[in-house]
Write a protein that binds this ligand. Structure first.
Ligand SMILES: C[S@@+](CC[C@H](N)C(=O)[O-])C[C@H]1O[C@@H](n2cnc3c(N)ncnc32)[C@H](O)[C@@H]1O
Length: 328
């Protein structure tokens, strides 16, 4: 039997600069679920390098519209250039780039609800991870920032201000780090002696606290934990899922791609909580009138296939869940 040819990045019809910024994960699968109405109104909460936004625009008619959010000014500038032609159309443009947290999507100034779908492709882009000054990677020595945007406390500020129990909670709740106590203790001892200013300072504390065979996993978990704390990621996700329903239209799709179990758990339990059975609805007339409910379209999360993981190893932990908004 002929061997199946692996697709390369160049088969994806992306410009070189696009995949250098970030290679979009499950691009077609996500847009197949999301964009059902070419004339519809959509939200991309996590613009990044604009891979998904570009594909959504490609599927929209001239009457469709897309509101794309990113907290990171760099993603917005990159996409301002990338979508220059589309944005040149002024009032006629189908695209609005918004340099805000995606939680603001639930109340866009001057825009009524009735959205046909929202996409959240969570976490950080490859550009953010690779860029040394952002402080997201323990592989690069840089300042301990870790913010997606300019607001809020940096990782350095949190590391210096938090009490020991708070550091333990960050490591345990946002990193599921088994050596949370040891690492927090050492952070407390060392920060008295010298200020934590760089990623490598945090890295060496982790390396000194954890047995050698566990170090690389602990480093990933600790950096993830501080990034989640700095950006308040889980609360923002929880709030946005709950608050976005009133601005959705009947049949709108909620598509979420997550990269670790903490995010996935929030999405899964939100979908479950809202997925009320029809029998229940008939017996509760208040519920039917006031709250939109959800039909789960992915009983099991959708995963990237082997070809995609070979092409883009950063896709390997991705899980996509999709639900449809239903008004009875
Ligand atoms: C995984 S990337 C998205 C990649 C994008 N789908 C693409 O095709 O290039 C995640 C992006 O979401 C942004 N982001 C993360 N949390 C955010 C939030 N709460 N509000 C707005 N943007 C956020 C990050 O700055 C990053 O650019």
């Amino acid at each position: 039997m002929a061997k199946k040819k692996k697709k390369s990045v160049s088969d994806l019809n992306l410009e070189r600069s696009e995949y250098e910024y970030h290679l979009p994960v499950m691009l077609s699968k996500a847009c197949d679920f999301l964009v059902k109405k070419p004339d519809g109104k959509y939200i991309d909460g996590t613009l990044g390098g604009g891979g998904h936004s570009g594909e959504i625009l490609r599927r929209l008619s001239p009457r469709g519209s897309l509101y794309s959010f990113d907290k990171d000014e760099q993603a917005i500038s990159f996409c301002r250039e990338k979508f220059w032609g589309e944005l040149q159309r002024g009032e006629e443009s189908r695209l609005r780039l918004i340099n805000e947290c995606f939680s603001k999507a639930c109340s866009i100034t001057g825009v009524e609800g009735g959205f046909d779908g929202i996409l959240l492709d969570l976490g950080l882009s490859s550009r953010q991870l690779d860029e040394s000054r952002r402080g997201f990677s323990y592989r690069k020595d840089s300042s301990l920032d870790m913010r997606f945007g300019p607001d809020g406390k940096t990782a350095e500020e949190i590391l210096h201000a938090a009490k020991e129990e708070e550091i333990i909670a960050i490591l345990r709740d946002y990193g599921e780090e088994p050596f949370a106590h040891r690492i927090a203790r050492r952070i407390m001892l060392q920060r008295r002696a010298f200020p934590f200013k760089t990623t490598f300072a945090l890295r060496s504390v982790v390396e000194e606290s954890v047995p050698e065979q566990h170090r690389s996993k602990s480093l990933s978990r600790v950096f993830q934990a501080f990034r989640i704390a700095v950006n308040n990621e889980l609360e923002v996700l929880y709030d946005t899922l709950h608050n976005c329903l009133p601005i959705m239209s009947d049949g709108a799709k909620i598509v979420v791609i997550s990269y670790h179990s903490l995010e996935d758990r929030i999405v899964k339990s939100f979908f479950k909580e809202r997925a009320v059975k029809k029998a229940q609805i008939k017996s509760d007339s208040d519920l039917t009138k006031s709250v939109p409910l959800l039909k789960i379209l992915t009983p099991k999360p959708v995963l990237p296939d082997d070809d995609e993981i070979a092409r883009n190893p950063r896709a390997r932990s991705a899980k996509m869940r999709v639900a449809e908004v239903v008004f009875f």
